[in-house]
Design a protein around this ligand. Structure first.
Ligand code: NAG
Ligand code: NAG
Ligand code: NAG
Length: 490
């Protein structure tokens, strides 16, 4: 069901909560205060919110603040002295982590900020770091204009009773958080105009704890029809669920603007012998976890290709509860498998395990001929969408998040063999997809051989991104929904 229908058909958000002690007071974490006062307010705030590991919390908060307040960035802030919109949207997300929620959150605030320049919505946007660790390397790799904008939005002032809070993170980070993070909403429920959760999940269901947390909020935004279904079936109140798709920055991920990165200078050779001829480049980008199907990818690729093929596979990966020794993990996987080395040697595999700054990502995609990710489950699949914006032909598993945007006209949806059980971790027993190894082999070969068709699908991919997931389109959807929340909650 669409949000508009829901709001128009009389299913209003829950009645306004009891008023807080002084509803008009400013949100306490706003950087105009001197550090001393900020510190004392934080002490108070954290003391009332929860009592675990206060010292670590401060260290983290101040790490964040010293980054955001880096003088070279701050010098460039252009403050807008005219403050018109009465309402605020406080968007709390792991802006500084560089992970999936982080890049998603960035794409929303960039889109909303631009939108507000032209459309004068009834709210101002404010941001706050929450929900994951801060990664200094990631922050420093962001374009300067993004860092400046973050500082500007971070300094906006909002009144509690006029603020819609968006908690954009995994539900375990929502108030009261299950781990060490600034809680969202910051001082618990009942003080704000409304609280919205933005989340997603990559298996066939949502666990009971997360369902309970979703149902505490006024609305739960999820990115795809897949999630509308899995969240509803798991017990989240369907009247609270709203599908809000994710934007992709088509101006930034625009292939005509970039020269390809020189792959020769990147990456470590893991399989196959060196050769410097023309090669067809498959690129995959993922965190090193079983869910991402790196085993499926290696198996398909090494079965299909050999040292005699003019092909190379580049894996850009980073650790996920693991060390960085990806080369050895791959070699070990191959040795333990039933894969046999072809007569003319293994096909070439390179691992890029160094940090690639966000500003260089378009150039990395540009250096590839195709993008491939046989994941077992995805919330959305950002690298897939970015590759599509860059007009690459994409092969990815046709299950979960990516079914929202992959079609047979704009990509190569990879068939699922069967569902399989998650065997480890907190989501043990959930189901996700086993992509077909054989079909992946065939699709990779097909994309290499059918250059024109692959190119046409890549072009279609960018067109589809333009019409459905451009920042303007998605900012319009978000803005409309927020305005409805504000109107109905008055
Ligand atoms: C919020 O509180 C302030 C101060 O108490 C009040 O002036 C303002 O009207 C309130 N705003 C809303 C939307 O209720
Ligand atoms: C925002 O607008 C600027 C200038 O119009 C443009 O260059 C930029 O790409 C836009 N960004 C997004 C995310 O819409
Ligand atoms: C991909 O999955 C969707 C949704 O489950 C289905 O409708 C579609 O036919 C599938 N496409 C392919 C190529 O398998």
């Amino acid at each position: 069901m669409h949000s508009a229908e829901r709001l128009d058909s009389g299913h209003l958000p829950p009645p306004p909560p009891p008023p807080p002690p002084s509803p008009g007071r400013n949100l306490p974490f706003i950087g105009k205060l001197k550090p001393f006062y900020l510190l004392s307010i934080l002490v108070l705030l954290l003391a009332i919110s929860f009592s675990i590991s206060k010292t670590d919390q401060f260290k983290k908060l101040f790490f964040l603040r010293s980054n955001l307040l880096n003088p070279t960035v701050q010098k460039q802030i252009s403050r807008n002295p005219i403050y018109t919109a009465p309402y605020c949207v406080l968007w709390m997300a792991p802006f500084l982590s560089g992970g999936g929620y982080s890049s998603e959150a960035w794409s929303y605030i960039l889109a909303l900020h631009n939108y507000s320049m032209n459309k004068n919505p009834i709210f101002n946007l404010k941001i706050e770091q929450h929900g994951d660790l801060e990664n200094l390397e990631f922050w420093e790799g962001l374009p300067l204009d993004m860092r400046n904008l973050a500082v500007e939005l971070y300094h906006r002032e909002c009144k509690l009773n006029e603020t819609v809070v968006v908690c954009h993170s995994e539900p375990g980070a929502w108030y009261p958080p299950l781990f060490d993070t600034l809680p969202c909403p910051p001082i618990g429920y009942g003080h704000f105009k409304a609280v919205v959760g933005r989340t997603m999940f990559e298996t066939d269901r949502v666990n009971d704890e997360h369902v309970k947390r979703c149902n505490l909020l006024d609305f739960v935004w999820v990115p795809t029809d897949f999630h509308v279904k899995t969240f509803t079936e798991s017990g989240v109140d369907p009247l609270k669920i709203v599908k809000i798709v994710q934007p992709v920055d088509l101006d930034f991920f625009d292939p005509v603007k970039y020269e390809a990165l020189d792959l020769g200078s990147l990456g470590n050779s893991v399989m196959g012998s060196f050769s410097n001829g023309e090669k067809f480049v498959f690129l995959s980008i993922f965190k090193w976890e079983y869910r991402k199907g790196w085993d499926v990818l290696l198996r398909s690729y090494l079965k299909e290709f050999s040292g005699g093929d003019d092909v190379v596979l580049y894996l850009l990966t980073n650790p996920y509860h693991s060390d960085r020794d990806f080369g050895n993990k791959i070699v070990e996987y191959v040795e333990k498998s039933d894969l046999e080395e072809p007569k003319d040697g293994w096909a070439r595999v390179y691992v890029i395990d160094e940090h690639i700054a966000q500003v260089d990502m378009p150039r990395l995609y540009k250096a590839a001929n195709a993008f491939v990710l046989p994941s077992r489950g995805e919330g959305w699949g950002r690298p897939i969408v970015e590759a599509m914006a860059m007009t690459l032909p994409v092969i990815a598993t046709n299950w979960s998040g990516p079914t929202e945007f992959m079609t047979e006209d704009n990509s190569y949806p990879l068939l699922v063999d069967r569902m399989s059980e998650v065997t480890e971790g907190p989501f043990k027993g959930h189901l996700w997809a086993e992509p077909s190894v054989n079909k992946l082999q065939m699709l990779m070969r097909h994309v290499m051989r059918n250059h024109e068709e692959a190119k046409a699908r890549g072009t279609q991919a960018r067109d589809d991104m333009m019409s459905k997931f451009s920042p303007e389109v998605v900012a319009g959807i978000v803005s409309d929904h927020i305005e409805r929340i504000i109107d109905h909650a008055q």
